[in-house]
Design a protein around this ligand. Structure first.
Ligand SMILES: Cc1ncc(COP(=O)(O)O)c(C=O)c1O
Length: 367
């Protein structure tokens, strides 16, 4: 494995220092929860090794909500990041081929690169609404392709694939005898209701998700992968056992107790996200210099400074960061032109979001 640090992590707000940022529009998750607000009781928890697959009741709950028949179709992992690592290192060797839809969450690209496998990129285009043309993608498959990697709702654009497209991709994977990896980390935050969990549609699909984004709980590092392919699941388990043996029993217990009260939390969170999205939409309606594909899910938008505008992009970031103390996710985090930038609107308070957006307008104008 040839590891390389990813710009999105090197330049992340937690590495930069939250105290250096006034308006933080870089985050892709909902606002972080305070432990004391969660109302949890952990005092009888035995701090022991736990079930290697993950707490059975929690897996049962996730399986039921995902439309999966068995809790054994779910493997709990340290975040979605842990799941993605397990999947890539299990399925790929240097001789294999992988097709990744880009832009994408950086780990979906970097772990396969670290393995040294052959990687082809299906580049989403602004002009095509960041949508996937399944026939075009199918033409990029090789005899040695192991899987296709997509993210829905999409990070960084917030675009949501239609259910018909998702099903067409699942059918393609089935026909070609390969896997479809669907990173569903933002699934609970789909406007108008989520797509089916891909793993519930076919043994050819693998789903990945976590508690980080939709619930503002990234610090407990609780995620999962799901597949109906039992033989493959056994290998995923072997990988997990070699990496961490089992998850943190504390994290699993927090996740379990929290998800038992999901019906109390999720509507409130979704309501807050909708209000914040309205703030971003209002802001966008008054913009002349930037354009976007309107997001349909997640808590991110990926506008760009219009190519026809003569804006000094480096100066834009400099003014935004240094004069306004405002940070967004610059395009290079996603291997895109730096005219693009990701706005994370679920994390900041509404007033900070509005101030950060006003700073973007001012910085574009000045640059
Ligand atoms: C699409 C996507 N997948 C996975 C992750 C990793 O999340 P975590 O490991 O916190 O669950 C992220 C984090 O930004 C993400 O955006």
């Amino acid at each position: 494995m040839r590891y390389r640090r990813m710009p999105i992590e090197v330049e992340s707000p937690e590495q930069l220092g939250y105290d250096k940022i006034k308006y933080n529009l870089t985050e892709s998750s909902y606002a972080d929860m305070a432990f004391g607000d969660l109302g949890l009781d952990l005092k009888d928890l035995l701090v022991a090794y736990c079930d290697h697959r993950g707490k059975p009741e929690l897996r049962q709950l996730i399986a039921r909500e995902s439309g999966l028949a068995s809790p054994d179709a779910v493997l709990l992992t340290p975040g979605a990041a842990g799941a993605l690592f397990i999947i890539a290192t299990t399925l790929l060797s240097p001789d294999d081929h992988l097709l990744v839809v880009r832009p994408n969450y950086a780990t979906n690209l970097e772990t396969p690169r670290a393995i040294g496998c052959h990687l082809d990129l299906y580049d989403l285009k602004f002009e095509e609404g960041f949508d996937i043309d399944v026939d075009q993608l199918a033409r990029m498959l090789h005899p040695r392709t192991k899987y296709i990697s997509i993210t829905v709702p999409h990070n960084p654009t917030g675009v949501v694939l239609s259910e018909a497209r998702l099903r067409a991709l699942v059918a393609l994977a089935e026909r070609r005898g390969i896997k479809l990896l669907v990173d569903e980390t933002y699934r609970e935050m789909t406007y108008g209701g989520p797509l089916p969990v891909a793993a519930s549609l076919s043994p050819a699909a693998i789903s990945v998700s976590s508690l980080s984004k939709s619930y503002g709980l990234p610090g407990i590092r609780m995620g999962w992968l799901a597949t109906q392919d039992t033989a493959l699941m056994e290998t995923f388990l072997a990988a997990k056992e070699q990496i961490v043996i089992c998850n943190s029993v504390v994290d699993e217990e927090i996740a379990w107790q929290f998800l038992c009260c999901k019906a109390d939390w999720l509507p409130r969170i979704q309501c807050d996200i909708a209000e914040k999205f309205a703030v971003v939409r209002n802001w966008y309606a008054g913009q002349d210099d930037v354009e976007w594909v309107e997001p349909r899910g997640g808590v991110v938008a990926f506008p760009r400074i219009k190519p026809a505008r003569s804006v000094d992009v480096e100066r834009f970031y400099q003014i935004l960061n240094e004069q306004h103390g405002t940070y967004v996710g610059p395009g290079h985090w996603f291997e895109m032109d730096r005219r693009f930038f990701r706005i994370g609107y679920g994390w900041p308070k509404k007033a900070d979001l509005a101030a950060g957006l006003a700073a973007i307008t001012a910085a574009v104008r000045s640059a």
